[in-house]
Ligand binder design. Structure first.
Ligand SMILES: Cc1cc2nc3c(=O)[nH]c(=O)nc-3n(C[C@H](O)[C@H](O)[C@H](O)COP(=O)(O)OP(=O)(O)OC[C@H]3O[C@@H](n4cnc5c(N)ncnc54)[C@H](O)[C@@H]3O)c2cc1C
Length: 408
């Protein structure tokens, strides 16, 4: 192996990395390799992942376990019909509802348990890629999504004086037949998904219920305990999909823990509705100013988002806001400029070290978190999710669960 990164590692570090690879811990192996370098400049995560891939080959371990081949439709349907219990999905965020719709297409019945009475109303995700469009198409909501989405032209990296350093164009129609980047508001997407769920006879949504525990013992059914106003209830499930976000309760049932990929930054996110003329190129601006990194993008006809890394104690009064957005829009007093939402987020990069145990699976933010920068997560994040979700759907459909479906 002739990688200079590998050559620079001590024998002890190499053997620790190899041990992680033998246990199929790909990301921890890459992180370990990176952190073996005591000071910057350290190799980047992607460079170390390349070395890890090479080590997988040399050690004779396949880099990615092959997903099981899809079953033919007849076998799949027979096995699905033999399933004695329903699949329980914890969380009706975008991932949980999409998973329920995909399972429904395979004839698998599910019950989705959601803590809130309605979709989370405030903006979060705003951009996605054409791979995700294909998932939405498979879930049967591509036309509805098209009606709420707006294609974006790509990403520009700007310097501190807003001069273009690099541009990454995204086609209006990519290889998958969809715009390579689509802008949208997450609550609008979630409403589209919930409406499709209501139309699917295989799916039942129970809202206003808090899942408090997920337990599986041996080959028996998985026991899901949830609380609703009138007390505690138990549901026996053929399989459980933990789509319950970053604070997942399902993660404990999988025996999983977070691998911290060492990114943590606090950013202020400002969502705006305005009819003012905004200087924008219909794509995403990433301002690479070390003193004040920022992101800007148009989301809809009159919807825009700014993100700034500001000090924790920064006050965002009108004057300060005016100064921050000045490169894009002239915010004179009394102008039509509605701040739909302003919030501080701590963006983290984490991945759960196990995504499955027996018949319990982790999906979406319950399995991994990616900072939403350079809108990169829309491809990498969901590309990770997609094969995972496909495998989950196949496995849930293939493995007969032992349980009855009984709620009390
Ligand atoms: C500011 C910001 C910008 C972002 N931008 C993008 C972007 O541009 N593109 C992108 O792809 N992603 C983006 N993201 C990330 C995106 O919002 C998340 O990845 C996405 O919401 C994850 O979906 P999910 O269904 O896995 O989890 P969630 O959306 O968190 O949904 C989990 C659901 O589970 C429910 N739940 C949790 N615990 C329980 C329980 N015990 N019992 C019952 N129900 C429970 C919750 O109420 C919730 O409805 C952004 C996030 C933020 C904060």
């Amino acid at each position: 192996m002739d990688s200079p990164i590998w050559a620079a590692l001590s024998a002890a570090e190499r053997s620790a990395v190899d041990e992680l690879i033998r246990r199929d811990h790909r990301l921890p192996a890459a992180v370990r390799m990176r952190e073996a370098f005591p000071a910057e400049p350290r190799p980047g995560l992607y460079e170390t992942l390349d070395v890890v891939a090479e080590r997988y080959r040399e050690l004779g371990v396949s880099f990615e376990r092959r997903p099981t081949l899809p079953l033919d439709l007849t076998t799949l349907t027979e096995q699905v019909e033999a399933l004695p219990g329903r699949t329980v999905i914890v969380g009706a965020g975008p991932v949980g509802v999409t998973a329920a719709l995909l399972l429904a297409r395979h004839g698998v019945r599910s019950v989705v348990l959601e803590r809130h009475q309605d979709v989370y109303p405030l903006p979060r995700a705003v951009a996605t890629d054409d791979e995700v469009r294909r998932i939405l198409q498979a879930a049967g909501v591509d036309e509805e999504f098209d009606a709420i989405a707006r294609p974006a032209r790509g990403l520009r990296l700007l310097d501190a004086r807003h001069r273009v350093m690099a541009e990454f164009p995204r086609a209006a129609q990519g290889a998958h037949g969809f715009p390579q980047t689509s802008m949208f508001d997450q609550p609008a997407l979630e409403r589209v998904l919930r409406a499709a769920l209501a139309r699917a006879p295989e799916c039942e949504l129970r809202q206003g219920v808090e899942v408090t525990g997920v337990e599986q013992s041996g080959a028996g059914p998985v026991q899901v305990t949830y609380r609703r106003a009138k007390g505690d209830h138990v549901l026996l499930a053929a399989a459980v999909l933990g789509c319950d976000g970053a604070g997942s309760v399902t993660r404990a049932a999988v025996g999983s823990r977070w691998e911290d990929l060492r990114f943590e930054e606090r950013w202020t996110v400002i969502d705006v509705r305005t009819s003012l003329p905004v200087h924008c190129w219909e794509g995403v601006d990433q301002v690479c100013d070390p003193a004040r990194p920022a992101t800007f993008m148009r989301i809809g006809e009159d919807r825009y988002r700014w993100e700034f890394r500001l000090p924790d104690d920064a006050r965002l009064d009108h004057e300060r806001l005016r100064e921050l957005v000045a490169p894009w829009v002239d915010l004179s007093p009394g102008a039509d400029f509605e701040v739909v939402r302003q919030a501080q987020y701590t963006f983290r990069a984490r991945t759960a070290d196990r995504w499955r145990s027996g018949r319990v699976f982790l999906l979406g933010d319950a399995a991994h978190l990616t900072p939403p920068f350079i809108r990169h997560e829309n491809s990498t994040d969901h590309l990770c999710r997609r094969p995972c979700r496909r495998r989950v759907v196949q496995r849930v459909a293939r493995e007969p669960g032992p349980g009855r479906d009984c709620s009390s």
